[in-house]
Design a protein around this ligand. Structure first.
Ligand code: BG6
Length: 484
């Protein structure tokens, strides 16, 4: 299998917040890897724009250091780094004033795609959009890229959408949810819609339930200030897990094009039923002997923000009526693992009698790490002595099946930035999609705030609070183990 890298046309990319954490960790190293792979032409320009007093040389030094720290890639060497750094420039720009904008305009080439990456807090989105317009930088060839969090609730998301819409058309706005850029997340669509095997069974008649787990081992670390105002619901559930749910539950789009895919995802979100309060479990990680607990991390001994959430939800449509979806995500858990498991119903009648026990097919899709798929199949236990049944996995690791190519696949940011340049919005969230996700989320948050709900403490390194286990036990089901 040979990977096909299709170079994009030369482009200009302005990174507002070009000296910030996201730019240093993800955007700049990602661009460098695309450069090494031959996808980014040498005549492209990457323009850092921020408040710091830097010139091209100082910014290039910063970019070089970021690449050294956060990773180039196997195909990259120092000669390539020099060539890449020649594409990098810096313009000191004031997002809230007039400084730097004329210079930025002079630096950008005409007649090519120009992308503006808003790698800054959402409070600056309006200022940037307005100035891009006023200083003549916003042209039909322009695209803007905005990061999550896209709003804090429905009202703020609507306000952000309205602000951006004053200056840009929806086809020019790229809202990033980096989960959609993950290779294995895109693979969900390939598995579902590229195979005849699964889709006929992919409904309430054959599927008992679906569980989605995104578990992390890290705590909130230095992001306490942001995180404590968000919690797992806003930080992960409203966006990343919601997107996974959409891809697993949506109807087949007529074609793989941006609006066809996003129309189907939107229908799933709109069909989500409100979640009953007793179907939501929230938790906070407790301190250990050596490590602080959640409340220490956010420096608030009374914080009621959740670092873990599990919930059971239903999608009211013909395909899924009656099939529960169990979703959970949290920090400081047992292992870093993201997995979707489709648990099929029991065979309608067991010809082997009750002694054969209960056996079920489970299709588990491992998103990270150790990406792959497992299908549990029931077989006969070998040997004499009657018919005993056993579940064994058909196990496929993408790394083993695809070799080095799987390892060299672009990471989420690389993939998404190249999609921006190509003008492909399939893997970006549309404004109405984000608003629908908030419309479902807001009442759940308001509900626990009204009830003065206090998150349950859970041990760091565990699978979350006991109550989360009970959420499934009560239904005669159980979570899959959190393990790598
Ligand atoms: C981010 C969240 O969007 O996703 C973080 O803000 C979280 O809190 C991160 O840690 C997880 O991303 P990944 O790619 O490491 O699974």
């Amino acid at each position: 299998m040979v990977s096909r890298v299709i170079p994009v046309d030369p482009f200009d990319l302005v990174i507002f917040g070009g000296t910030g954490d996201l730019a240093r960790r993800k955007i700049l190293p990602g661009l460098f890897r695309r450069f090494c792979a031959g996808q980014m032409p040498e005549s492209s320009q990457i323009i850092g724009a921020a408040r710091s007093d830097l010139d091209d040389a100082a910014y290039r030094k910063m970019v070089g250091d970021a690449i050294a720290e956060f990773g180039g890639g196997r195909a990259c060497d120092s000669g390539t780094l020099d060539a890449f750094l020649k594409t990098v420039h810096y313009v000191k720009t004031d997002a809230k004033g007039d400084g730097g904008w004329a210079e930025l305009n002079d630096r950008i080439q005409q007649d090519r795609v120009r992308a503006f990456y808003f790698s800054v807090g959402p409070s600056l989105f309006g200022d940037l959009a307005e100035r891009l317009h006023r200083f003549g930088l916003a042209t039909p060839q322009s695209r803007i890229v905005v990061e999550k969090p896209f709003g804090h609730d429905l009202e703020s998301a609507k306000a952000l959408n309205a602000t951006l819409a004053e200056h840009f058309d929806e086809t020019q706005i790229y809202r990033i949810d980096h989960y959609l850029g993950k290779e294995t997340v895109q693979n969900l669509m390939a598995v579902r819609f590229g195979n005849m095997l699964f889709e006929p069974l992919w409904n309430a008649q054959y599927v008992d339930h679906i569980q989605i787990t995104v578990a992390e081992t890290v705590g909130v670390g230095g992001r306490g200030g942001y995180y404590d105002k968000s919690g797992a619901m806003r930080d992960m559930m409203q966006n990343h897990l919601m997107q996974l749910l959409c891809l697993i539950a949506m109807e087949p789009p007529a074609k793989f094009d941006p609006d066809a895919v996003r129309d189907e995802k939107l229908k799933v979100i709109r069909a989500l039923e409100p979640v009953e309060p007793h179907h939501i479990v929230r938790g906070q990680y407790a301190p250990t002997k050596n490590e602080p607990g959640y409340r220490d991390d956010v420096d608030d001994p009374k914080s009621r923000t959740e670092s873990f959430i599990a919930l059971k939800c239903h999608i009211s449509n013909w395909r899924w009526a009656g099939t529960p979806f169990y979703l959970r995500t949290g920090k400081r858990l047992k292992a870093r693992t993201s997995e979707i498991a489709v648990v099929f119903k029991d065979a309608p009648h067991s010809i082997f009698g009750v002694d054969a026990g209960r056996h079920r097919n489970v299709l588990a899709i491992r998103l990270q790490p150790n990406e792959g798929m497992t299908l549990d199949v029931t077989i006969k236990e070998p040997g004499p002595g009657g018919m005993r049944l056993l579940d064994v996995p058909l196990d496929m690791s993408f790394a083993e099946a695809l070799g080095p190519e799987a390892e060299e696949a672009p990471d989420a940011y690389e993939r998404l930035i190249m999609d921006v340049i190509r003008g492909n919005q399939t893997l970006f969230m549309r404004g109405d999609e984000v608003e629908a996700a908030w419309a479902w989320t807001d009442p759940l948050i308001a509900g626990w705030q009204d009830r003065n709900d206090v998150p349950k403490e859970y041990d760091a390194g565990s699978s979350g609070p006991e109550d989360a286990l009970m959420l499934m036990h009560r239904d005669g089901r159980k979570w899959r183990e959190i393990k790598v």
